[in-house]
Design a protein around this ligand. Structure first.
Ligand SMILES: *Cc1c(COP(=O)(O)O)cnc(C)c1O
Length: 474
């Protein structure tokens, strides 16, 4: 497929054929195949399993083999990618994918991502990408305003909540200094991992107990702070959660912010999961974000984005820059303008994650996005009522930000795991268990706006059936 003539190139410097030279018609044909295959994926999801897992040996037989010294036809490779590699996944965009956290991506976002990839988008320095830097600044400011974060907050897009929270805490520690960091027993596990990886001594990490509502109470925090101060330690950073992964619970953010202010602590809010719910007009109970020193949300969870993208906001101007700025001689002529995004995290070369998010916000507008988010919340409430109406099920935590948990009466922990595994294996829906203060429960996360109420009622009834079998054979 060569169209670039290398006839004029000197001997030994001819352009190698078969790479980078593109026959536009051939690329158009292949591109159309990719688009058609994606449309087929999206439009047939309802009739396919929510999670497909193939045996490793079979996968390796199809996708592995000896190192390819000579190439193979691209049509064949594309088909293998689509039908084998990308088919055997958890389909977070499936209407009955209720496990972990779904990823219902939207059309505008997919197209924005494709375009940025095709045009080799980069968002590292101003000189290296002023347009891409500008859309990143624009989406961050749009979201800051819509979420009600502090004026003047600065941000950066990262790969996910894990990286965004860790980047926030590195910044926080650089700003406030060494000392104790406070989490709760419902804080996402990636945060403790990040804290330890950034060299925090394990003795200076407190995991505070949550109450029966799985929320961190300000009084619990205060007692821990007093105890540490009495022991001669220096409290520094508090991590609260706006929408826990387990139950969707929102910590008492204004109350915790008040304690942080009183003791002079950095107040970080992890809204990786639940943050987008604050975009809805009544904020769904998420108050006090304007008091956060740093805040994280994951648009690849509940803002309808393909993987990956997370937003980090830091309310202290210049704190990200002070923590991450570097000025090597080989980048001197790329710097300038309002921002060099490589000075706001550990990433230097970085793709334009803003492209998809900018196109999403611009295309749908906050109102439509808020409606789609609210539907996920309503679906969890619908699931809660289905559970409550079922004589063999016990509601464990009510619908909160798109998450509901429940248990089967008289069913062992293993029975719950077997019942959800059986349901997931039959392909109709993907459902998983979690543990709440040691108790095994079934958890549904219902944030896909394309899920129907029939999807929910059928899933709840199937789980109830599977659980009753377990109750009969404990
Ligand atoms: C998912 C999640 C994370 C981690 O985010 P990733 O994007 O998976 O890295 C952190 N905190 C909360 C509350 C989450 O739900």
């Amino acid at each position: 497929m060569s169209t670039v003539s290398d006839a004029q190139e000197p001997r030994g410097l001819e352009i190698p054929s078969g790479i980078l030279d593109v026959d536009p018609e051939e690329l158009r044909r292949l591109g159309h195949w990719v688009v058609d295959r994606t449309i087929e994926h999206i439009t047939t999801l309802n009739d396919r399993p929510a999670i497909s897992v193939m045996d490793y040996v079979d996968l390796d037989t199809a996708l592995g083999g000896p190192l390819p010294i000579d190439g193979a036809p691209i049509d064949e490779g594309l088909t293998l990618l689509a039908d084998v590699a990308l088919e055997n996944q958890q389909h977070g965009d499936h209407p009955r994918y209720f496990a972990r956290v779904p990823g219902p991506s939207s059309y505008a976002a997919i197209l924005g991502e494709w375009l940025a990839t095709g045009m080799q988008g980069i968002a590292s320095s101003w000189g290296g990408g002023s347009g891409t830097a500008t859309i990143e600044l624009v989406v961050l400011e749009w979201l800051r305003e819509a979420l009600g974060l502090a004026q003047g907050s600065e941000g950066v897009l990262l790969s996910g909540g894990s990286m965004a929270n860790t980047t926030a805490l590195i910044t926080a520690r650089a700003h406030v200094g060494d000392g104790v960091i406070y989490l709760s027993d419902q804080t996402h596990s990636s945060i403790k991992r990040g804290i330890l990886a950034m060299g925090q001594h394990p003795d200076l990490v407190r995991v505070l107990p949550t109450g029966d509502d799985f929320r961190l109470a300000p009084e619990t925090l205060r007692a821990a702070l007093v105890a540490d101060l009495t022991a001669g330690l220096v409290p520094r950073i508090v991590v609260a959660t706006a929408g826990t992964t387990n139950t969707g619970a929102i910590d008492d953010l204004p109350g915790i912010a008040g304690v942080c202010r009183e003791f002079g602590l950095w107040f970080h809010v992890d809204g990786a999961y639940g943050g987008p719910a604050a975009l809805v007009e009544d904020r769904n109970g998420i108050y006090g974000l304007e008091l956060a020193d740093s805040f994280v949300l994951d648009p690849h969870k509940w803002l309808f984005q393909p993987y990956d993208v997370a937003c980090l906001f830091v309310a202290v101007p210049g704190a990200l820059y002070k923590t991450f700025a570097m000025h090597p001689e080989y980048l001197a002529d790329a710097q300038g303008g309002p921002v060099d995004f490589h000075n706001r995290s550990l990433e230097l070369t970085r793709r334009s994650r803003a492209a998809k998010l900018w196109l999403t916000l611009r295309t749908y507008g906050v109102r439509t996005l808020a409606d789609a988010i609210q539907r996920g919340i309503a679906l969890a409430e619908y699931a809660e009522s289905e559970v409550a109406n079922h004589p063999s099920l016990e509601l464990v935590t009510p619908a909160q930000l798109g998450v509901v948990t429940f248990a089967g009466l008289g069913v062992s922990p293993e029975g719950h795991s077997r019942a959800t595994a059986a349901l997931t294996a039959n392909g109709f829906a993907a459902v998983t268990c979690t543990q709440l203060h040691g108790r095994t429960v079934v958890r549904l996360c219902t944030i896909n706006p394309r899920t129907s109420t029939t999807d929910i009622s059928q899933t709840v009834s199937d789980i109830a059936d599977a659980l009753s079998t377990e109750a009969l054979n404990p």
